[in-house]
Design a protein around this ligand. Structure first.
Ligand code: NAD
Ligand code: GLY
Length: 346
């Protein structure tokens, strides 16, 4: 399967997202694979066996969101200089969203920009992070606050990599899949309700549809000045939950799943979604072992944390809400009292 991406800018950017068994890849250039200490023992040899390059070497970094920072970027850059990569060289990201975001950002920086390819190995990275060119790192002020929009040359999605993925990480990817369906495509949601993701063809179909929808959004709005913000459905609430629980209790997709339920509750309160639709989404999340509830101990403190989000422009909160299943609306007119009422009842 191939999902074409076509961006019209001052320059035209085109690349394919290939959803299939990893093909043989030939590069007449130096290649550096960027991976981490968890993924390397599992999948590095498979990737290396598929690559034919002028020179090939590997940079292995520590695993974890806590290493997604400028210090690690500098470490990777130093290794690239040690190996004398030139402006024609290529980086390949082998890993989840953390590796993908950091590899892309490093590629954007090295000698003012070299090419990179994504080989995502988590479901979340396959359906979301590897596509669309958001790259970057965290800093003490927040997540992903430093970075660049920098598109890969290609994305190779092979579901075989997912066989070693822990089940919680797999479920985290399912949350990002259902996000796309609820926002954009009722028929896709109906398909997901019946889907058995242990079947390879079903999983590939779900990945393909998510990538197609993401590609449509990115084609329209690469730099998130409009519709791309819809991809943050569930995230405004999810980020507060991650912040309150200090990033220790939930993996990102789990916090997003709860955030989706909170956004849905707000949509029901506003008459944008039927209670039965909210119940269907909840059933789906529960079926896939995702959390759907969260005890808010202090609603005022929870509310105040919305303003930490980098998307709260001019202190105005913007919520991405479902318009039934398959539609969406961005709302910046929700009153504090309505929001707090929904949060109290959650
Ligand atoms: P991750 O990269 O931390 O991977 C999760 C865990 O799974 C890690 O421990 C990783 O080493 C391990 N892992 C990866 N592949 C594996 C495999 N095949 N088998 C076994 N273990 C494996 O997390 P993630 O959920 O993939 O990505 C989250 C990151 O992606 C966050 O930093 C987030 O900001 C970013 N993100 C970026 C975008 C974007 O558009 N660029 C979108 C969504 C999320
Ligand atoms: N994951 C959100 C985006 O790519 O915009």
């Amino acid at each position: 399967m191939i999902v074409p991406i076509h961006l019209e800018n001052t320059t035209t950017v085109k690349y394919d997202v290939v959803i299939d068994a990893l093909p043989k890849l030939t590069f007449n250039r130096k290649v550096a694979i960027i991976t981490n200490t968890t993924v390397a023992p599992l999948h590095l040899e498979t990737l290396k066996s598929k690559i034919d390059a002028d020179e090939l070497f590997v940079v292995t970094i520590e695993d974890g969101e806590s290493f997604k920072n400028l210090a690690t970027i500098e470490q990777i850059l130093n290794e690239l200089f040690e190996h004398k990569l030139d402006r024609k060289s290529l980086l390949i990201a082998l890993g989840g969203g953390v590796i993908g975001d950091m590899t892309g950002f490093t590629a954007s920086l090295y000698q003012r920009g070299i090419g990179f390819v994504q080989v995502p190995t988590t479901l979340l990275a396959q359906v979301d992070a590897s596509v669309g060119g958001k790259t970057g790192v965290n800093n003490p002020y927040g997540k992903n606050l430093i970075g660049a929009f920098y598109q890969p040359e290609a994305v190779y999605i092979d579901t075989e990599f997912l066989k070693t993925l822990p089940s919680r990480e797999f479920a985290a990817g399912i949350a990002e899949i259902v996000k796309m369906a609820v926002m954009f495509d009722k028929a896709y949601f109906d398909f997901l309700m019946e889907a058995d993701f242990s079947q390879k063809e079903v999983l590939e179909k779900a990945i393909e549809r998510s990538v197609e929808l993401k590609a449509e959004v990115v084609n329209l709005d690469e730099k998130e000045s409009g519709i791309r913000a819809v991809l943050n459905y569930g995230h405004t609430f999810g980020h507060v939950i991650e912040n309150e629980t200090k990033y220790t209790q939930y993996v990102h997709g789990e916090a997003v799943a709860i955030g989706i339920m909170m956004a849905n509750a707000l949509a029901v309160e506003l008459g944008m979604m039927h209670q039965e639709e909210m119940d269907l989404v909840e059933q789906f999340l529960i079926k896939h072992n995702l959390p759907t509830t969260y005890e808010i101990k202090d609603v005022d403190a929870f509310y105040d944390k919305f303003f930490l989000d980098k998307k709260a422009a001019n202190n105005k909160l913007k919520f991405i809400l479902p318009q039934n299943i398959g539609g969406h609306e961005m709302r910046d007119d929700i009153s504090e009292s309505t929001l707090k009422k929904v949060l109290k009842a959650f």
